[in-house]
Design a binder for this molecule. Structure first.
Ligand code: C2E
Ligand code: MG
Ligand code: MG
Length: 583
């Protein structure tokens, strides 16, 4: 392809001469014009490959101004021709990104060389620009702009990289048998609510902090990507054994549990993690991600704030599951529900002071179904109201019967879902339960979750105040897992704060959990609340809670939730206390 050159020169003789020389070198002439205006018109309509531009041309624009205008429209290289080159002119010319000068009079050879240099210089520039454009398009396509983390597209490449470098290098067959590449799907718990409540700007901020924390946590031992809104994926470098993967999962959960300081408020976030491992749970990234997501959903269903390994037998009841809803509907009628009771123990006296009522569904079709599986469905379908009413009545009846039988007069605490608090006749239902059972109101506690601190706050405060006037105690359940803030808490009429079991877990070996629990207890004391820690499973955990002077405790270490008859036995056999009293 021949190079097309436009000549801008107002002395016709010089122009003709130039044109002849150029043709001799094999260039073709795009045109000869004598003013800036014409030059701009010609250049923009015909796009020459190069312009030879005389600086001193007639009209109100000189060659330098003309070149500048042309380069605004199109990237065409310009070589200046000039008879006198004072410093100032040369400097002006340089600013327009000139590709060369020819001082008149010049030799043929000089002309040819200058043109060749200009063309190759220009070509180089074009290449650089193209690759820059490609890179920025690449960034945009492969990275999440909010967190700067790779996105799902890049995750695929990252998996291939880990597979080809990390995996293939593990030549040792024995080692390989036990080696896995874990793909973790992380979804934040209740992020939508936090986002609604704090605004999406703060929501974004939280996501950015989370990206940072994940990066700190994983370091060079894997790769992280943001999949969508509140979902992240992590691929760990090859590890041997499930327990090493589990350690990472624990660390991640721990990192997220540290409070986020937003607008001078402490926000608590948790996440649910699902894990699928190459090569056992899938050979390629799509399959692995899909299985990790399934496991993540299972973790959510099991109560959130935990991790779950993928297994083929993971059964995930979807919340839209109509048949479970239908069965739930008849469960009350068929008397398939039963309440289990789990003791709460006063740490000072060692005695059982209360029982939490925990619902169990003995479905004729499905066997025993845990509340984490059916309460969410009951909430969505509105069935939680009749079910909740039954729990309230039955729990009051049972505990009142124990009182009459001469057992230790313990309190009963009943879980109330946020939906139940919206029920207009809740107050009446509570009064009715108390009067039917003849249970004195000070023996009834209601446990509410942090959800009520977020939606309809004013109404909730008003309702709770009204209920509290009956003489009932109110507890904030699962504290720390959702939205908690000292300021908000102050406005609610709670008596008791229940620290969620995830903070109690491994409190003796996990300094973060230890510090959090300690600060929760201090905060609770400051607000004049009684503190209960739930989920105590080991003596070591108990020892720490004692040290922090927690008031009451609940957990498998003392007893799992028990059917009424068994709880009764436990209660009557432990008059002297279930654990050693503190002297
Ligand atoms: P929750 O109110 O936080 O209840 C404590 C849960 O922790 C219970 O699970 C209990 O069995 C379990 N737990 C107790 N000690 C330990 C321990 O040492 N280690 C571990 N890992 N777990 C322990 P459960 O019975 O499966 O109930 C789950 C949730 O379902 C409850 O959490 C509560 O939010 C909800 N729920 C249960 N019954 C009712 C009800 O009648 N109404 C409503 N609205 N929700 C209910
Ligand atoms: Mg509870
Ligand atoms: Mg709880």
């Amino acid at each position: 392809m021949t190079t097309n050159i436009l000549i801008v020169e107002d002395e016709l003789l010089i122009a003709k001469n130039l044109s002849r020389k150029l043709k001799k070198f094999g260039y073709s002439i795009n045109g000869i014009v004598s003013s800036g205006k014409e030059a701009i018109a010609k250049a923009s309509s015909t796009k020459p490959d190069l312009i030879l531009m005389d600086i001193a041309i007639k009209g109100d624009m000189d060659g330098i101004e003309t070149a500048a205008k042309i380069r605004e429209i199109d990237d065409i290289p310009v070589i200046y021709l000039t008879a006198y080159a004072d410093e100032e002119t040369l400097e002006r010319a340089a600013k327009t990104g000139s590709y060369g000068y020819l001082l008149k009079p010049f030799k043929e050879k000089e002309l040819h060389a200058t043109i060749k240099i200009a063309l190759s210089k220009h070509q180089e520039q074009v290449k650089i620009k193209q690759s820059l454009a490609k890179d920025s398009r690449k960034d945009w396509m492969y990275y999440d702009s909010l967190t700067d983390l790779p996105n799902q597209l890049l995750l695929r490449d990252m998996f291939e990289d880990i597979l080809s470098f990390g995996w293939e290098q593990q030549q040792d067959i024995n080692n390989r048998l036990n080696t896995r590449i874990a793909v973790i799907c992380l979804n934040l718990d209740r992020f939508g609510r936090i986002n609604d409540f704090l605004g999406s700007l703060n929501g974004d901020l939280i996501l950015q902090i989370i990206a940072q924390r994940l990066s700190n946590c994983i370091g060079n031992n894997g790769s992280i990507a943001r999949l969508n809104n509140d979902e992240f994926a992590i691929i760990l470098n090859p590890l041997s054994g499930e327990h090493s993967v589990a350690n990472y999962a624990q660390n991640i959960l721990g990192e997220l549990r540290r409070p986020f300081l937003i607008d001078e408020r402490e926000i608590f976030m948790t996440a649910s993690l699902g894990i699928a491992c190459y090569p056992f749970d899938g050979q390629e990234i799509n399959k692995l991600l899909c299985h990790a997501t399934k496991a993540m959903k299972y973790a959510k269903q099991q109560g959130k704030n935990q991790y779950q390994f993928y297994g083929e037998d993971l059964e995930i009841p979807t919340s839209g599951d109509l048949s479970i809803e239908a069965d739930l509907y008849y469960a009350l009628e068929r008397e398939e529900f039963q309440i289990y009771y789990q003791p709460q123990i006063n740490l000072k006296t060692g005695q059982i002071v209360a029982a939490e009522a925990l619902l169990r569904w003995f479905s004729s079709k499905r066997g025993v179904v845990g509340p984490n599986q059916f309460i969410p469905i009951a909430e969505e379908s509105g069935l939680i109201n009749p079910i909740g009413t039954w729990v309230l009545q039955e729990a009051c009846r049972q505990v009142s019967a124990w009182h009459r039988d001469g057992l230790e007069p313990i309190r009963v605490s009943v879980n109330l879902s946020a939906n139940q608090l919206k029920q207009p006749d809740l107050y009446r239902i509570i009064m009715q339960s108390l009067s039917d059972s003849k249970l004195a109101p000070q023996y009834l506690e209601l446990e509410l979750t942090e959800q009520i601190l977020i939606d309809d706050v004013d109404i909730n405060i008003q309702r709770l105040n009204q209920i509290k006037k009956l003489g009932i105690k109110l507890a904030l359940d699962d504290f720390g897992t959702g939205y908690s803030s000292f300021n908000y808490l102050k406005q609610f009429p709670f008596d008791i704060l229940k620290i969620d079991k995830c903070f109690v877990r491994d409190i003796n070996t996990n300094p973060t959990n230890d510090a959090i629990t300690k600060s929760f207890i201090e905060m609770s004391n400051l607000l004049g609340l009684r503190t209960i820690a739930e989920g105590i499973e080991t003596e070591a955990e108990l020892a720490i809670l004692r040290k922090h002077q927690c008031d009451e405790i609940q957990g498998y270490l003392f007893s799992p939730p028990l059917p009424a008859a068994e709880f009764e036995k436990l209660l009557s056999s432990s008059k002297q206390g279930i654990i050693k009293a503190v002297a």
